[in-house]
Each structure stands twice: as C-alpha cells, then as structure tokens.
Design a protein around this ligand. Sequence first.
Ligand code: AMW
Length: 160
Amino acid sequence: MSDGNGNPMGENQQFGPWPIADTEIFATSSLSYAFVNLKPIVPGHVLVSPKQVVPRFTDLTPSQVSDLWTLAQRVGRMLEVHYRVSSLTFAIQDGVEAGQSVPHVHLHVLPRVKGDFEPNDKVYDALDEGDVKRNLDEDRVARTADEMAAEAALYRPYFE
Ligand code: AMW
C-alpha cells in the first residue's frame, strides 16, 4: 500500500519513546508522517511529526521544516473536507516550558467549529501541559488501538 507520495505504508514510526503502529498513521511524506492522537481534545485532533526523532523545532533541517509544514497543510485540507469545517488550529509546543510532553517535534492540527472553546483561545489551555492539560488528561481516557486504527482508516483514502 502506498500513501500517494510513492512511500510505502507499513513502516512503523517512533514518536519520542513511543512506537506508532502503521495502523495509526494515515499519511506520510519523505521526511514526515501524520497520525491519530491517543487523547484528542476535539474530533479530528491529529499530529504531524518528522520521521526522525528530533526533540526541538530548532534542531530540524530546513528540508524537514518544509516537509513537515507541507504535510501539515495537506492534513489540514483533508480535515476541512472530512469535518466540513473552514477553520483550523495549527500548534507546536516547543520545549518543556512551552508544554511539550513528548520529546519529539509534533505539530497539532485541529478542526475548529464555532463554540468548541469559549473563549476561543481556550484551545491553547487544553493543549498546554499546565494544570489545565493535566486535569483534562486525567479526565480523558486513552483510546484503544482499534479506535485509533478506525479513525486513521477514515483519513487514509484522502491521501491515496
Ligand atoms: W504536547 O503536550 O507534547 O504538545 O502533545 C503531546 C500529544 O501527543 C498529545 O496530544 C497526546 O494526546 C499525544 N500522544 C501522546 N502519546 C501518544 C501516542 N502514543 N500516540 C498518539 N498520540 C500520543
């Protein structure tokens, strides 16, 4: 199976210390991959990372930066179609003090709908690794591998 970029699927990736099964990956590019979230804060909250385990944004090469954001743009387009939305949040928490909890660069992409967070910028509290996030994390149950695979399967056809 190919991802539409001539890249074979089936190459499991590493997200910091965590292995990401290819069933949870729905798109890849030469240097990046897009995968579903263990604990999404809204439906369609997904992640895009470089294939190389690189902790900080500053440590990416220009090619990795370009490839990461290009894949994120394609993922955003897919989410707008799939969820019939016209707004997205793209966010990177870069470094522990910024709320980064997994030491591997990852770009959050979220479909946004009117009223999903009130006030609107509360989305950043939810993404943040501060007390708010920790509370949310405790409330949110990690999804099963089957649930995550089912979501990834919905998105994969957009990239074929
Ligand atoms: W950070 O607070 O580091 O900006 O965001 C980490 C993100 O990674 C969170 O959205 C969290 O739900 C997600 N996450 C953590 N572990 C995994 C995993 N094994 N698979 C998918 N997503 C994960």
